[in-house]
Ligand binder design. Structure first.
Ligand SMILES: Cc1ncc(COP(=O)(O)O)c(C=O)c1O
Ligand SMILES: [Zn+2]
Length: 417
């Protein structure tokens, strides 16, 4: 594995020391386009390996250690990654595959981020992990901190409830609520600056994205997809996007593979978002995606933030991709369709790519023969509310067969034979 040699700005490429992971690029912030840092290696990652060597290693995202900032032995791992790529030819969407990240240890793609971030936290000697999240990022940080033997503080919002917050608590995180959302970042910032807490999530605005070392974990999604298609990447990768961390990480992963000559071309990317921030930036040509506040909350709370990042926008531009704004009704419809017709139950946010593919196929942006991979980022059990409303209440029946058959017909429209 190559040792990180610097952190560099995703926008202007300025170089910073490897331990500057809790800051963005000051030059780009002054220029009005705050930008995250990303990990740079002097040695080209993966350069000294053949592409088929990767298959031999134990299954986890750390089998790609030649591209990551630490080795398998150093990793804080729960066996994350190596998730299935499932074809879904019967959805009427053409050649579509689901990269099912709900099969990760805490049932979301954030495990890749948390595993990589916590691995580096240990390497840097961090004593406390901090995350501001009401959702999957906080749950993953809590689990991997437990695995690493480090205390973890998760800042959530007073309105946050349900399985995700319970998940954080179950993994032993110190969960604290704030009533003003801005306080989450303020408190985490103070902890990071005063006490050296190690941040895994964004914690200052305008948001630039997550811990750069964590984002390296998302590169492995690209490696797995390329390998599964025998090094012939799909035409499009379609992701539910909020800050664009996974978008950037996957793009960087495909670029790594092209740099070492394992693939000849990289996919185009689609951001399926609820805010419309990237849609607006793609239309205006601005350097920074605008803040587009919503009037009402989305059912896809995981991707509910109102402003995207420079790095997400950059990937769309560089890959000749596009952004699509999706609404509650179409996400709910796709959650139900995927669960009832394919046996795959996504969180509402993870249904957004299917609504986007549907629209882009209809518009001819994605051509009929082109192959798409939809990133299913998290399991439906994380936030079951949206689908519960769309399903019939199970009927209460007595012991008789006629009564049962009547109930099946009335509630589910089922008749025998
Ligand atoms: C389930 C799920 N999908 C997608 C996202 C979008 O994340 P990002 O755009 O930062 O990769 C999130 C973010 O928290 C999430 O929890
Ligand atoms: Zn910069």
């Amino acid at each position: 594995m190559p040792d990180p040699s610097a952190l560099t700005c995703v926008r202007c490429s300025a170089r910073y020391p490897v331990d500057r992971y809790a800051d963005d690029c000051p030059a780009c912030r002054t220029a009005g386009a705050p930008a995250n840092l990303t990990v740079a290696y002097d040695q080209v990652p993966g350069a000294d390996l053949g592409r088929d060597d990767q298959r031999q290693r134990p299954r986890s995202m750390w089998r790609w250690q030649a591209f990551l900032p630490a080795s398998v032995e150093q990793s804080v791992s729960l066996g994350e990654g190596d998730t299935p790529l499932v074809p879904v030819p019967d959805l009427g969407l053409g050649d579509v595959w689901i990269k099912d990240e709900s099969r990760n240890p805490t049932w979301s793609f954030k495990d890749r981020l948390a595993s990589s971030a916590l691995t580096m936290a240990k390497r840097f000697g961090a004593k406390v992990i901090a995350s501001s999240s009401s959702g999957n990022a906080g749950a993953a940080a809590a689990a991997y901190a437990a695995r690493a033997g480090l205390p973890c503080i998760v800042f959530t919002f007073v309105g946050s409830a349900g399985p995700l917050v319970l998940q954080m608590r179950a993994y032993g995180a110190m969960v604290v609520k704030v009533s003003d959302k801005a306080d989450r970042w303020r408190l985490q910032s103070l902890g990071v600056r005063e006490f050296g807490w190690y941040p895994t999530s964004p914690f200052f605005g305008p948001v630039v994205g997550s811990n750069p070392y964590g984002m390296e974990g998302y590169k492995t999604i690209a490696y797995e997809i390329a390998e599964a298609f025998d090094w012939s990447p799909p035409d499009w990768c379609v992701l539910p996007v909020c800050y664009g961390d996974a978008l950037y990480g996957m793009w960087k992963g495909f670029e790594d593979l092209r740099a070492v000559g394992w693939i000849a071309r990289t996919p185009r990317f689609v951001a399926a978002e609820v805010s419309g921030s990237l849609v607006a930036a793609m239309a205006s040509g601005d350097a920074m995606p605008p803040d587009v506040p919503r009037n009402a909350p989305s059912i896809a709370t995981s991707i509910g933030a109102s402003q995207a990042t420079v790095q997400g926008l950059d990937v769309l531009r560089r890959s000749r991709g596009t952004a699509v704004t999706v609404g509650d009704d179409e996400m709910r419809r796709w959650v139900v369709t995927l669960a009832t017709r394919q046996g795959i139950w996504p969180e509402a946010s993870s249904a957004a790519p299917f609504a986007a593919i549907e629209r882009l196929r209809a518009q001819g942006v994605i051509a009929p023969q082109e192959r798409c991979v939809a990133l299913l980022t998290a399991s439906g059990l994380k936030d079951p509310g949206p689908i519960e409303m769309a399903l019939p209440e199970p009927p209460l029946v007595g012991g008789g067969l006629p009564e049962l058959m009547a109930a099946l017909e009335n509630t589910y429209g089922f008749t025998h034979g």
